[in-house]
Ligand binder design. Structure first.
Ligand code: HEC
Length: 149
């Protein structure tokens, strides 16, 4: 590797790490802690199971889809809590991998409906609390709120 290239690589690495802490970074993002049992009810209420199955979950949340998109397990796309939340509120941000293209997207947009105008933030927090343990995600630290005097 010549010097110029090495320098480019180093500055790129620096820029990328700078993004981790810059104003655009997801650092500091935290929903309030949700309730998984209520989240399972939200999952049913919004009929998520018409397209999805939840890994390790049968019964009430068993999917009605012929080829369900499985939520949970070890997936390449959703790696963190923030990504899981994003995939619900902004599905086109990153599309699920490992399915035929026509099944997940149309013209680059996710086929998943947008629930943002009908789902409350409390329902979202509960939903994610229900889904999260089914994913093998990097550990998530909820914000610690110390007492203020
Ligand atoms: C009409 C079908 C449909 C419904 C209903 C639906 N989704 Fe989806 N969902 C999709 C499709 C298609 C994808 C794959 C494309 C993508 O990643 O956005 C997806 C992707 C996802 C992902 C990311 C999957 C991954 O592991 O990468 C999550 C999480 C998710 N949906 C959650 C939900 C939840 C929660 C509900 C109910 C509130 C729901 N979906 C309702 C079609 C649907």
């Amino acid at each position: 590797m010549n010097k110029t290239r090495l320098c480019t690589v180093i500055s790129l690495a620096f820029l990328m790490s700078a993004c981790d802490t810059g104003p655009e970074s997801p650092r500091g993002f935290s929903l309030p802690v949700g309730d998984a049992a209520r989240g399972e009810m939200v999952f049913q209420e919004f009929n998520c199971k018409s397209c999805h199955a939840v890994k390790g979950k049968e019964g009430n949340t068993e999917s009605d889809a012929e080829v369900p998109i499985v939520l949970g397990g070890k997936v390449s796309r959703v790696k963190t809590y923030a990504e899981l939340v994003t995939s619900v509120i902004n599905p086109s941000h990153r599309l699920a991998k490992g399915y035929p293209e026509e099944m997940v997207q149309e013209g680059g947009q996710s086929k998943m409906p947008n629930f943002n105008s009908v789902m409350t933030v409390a329902q979202l927090a509960d939903l994610v609390a229900f889904l999260q343990p089914h994913y093998e995600l990097q550990p998530y630290e909820p914000t610690y709120y110390p007492s203020f005097y």
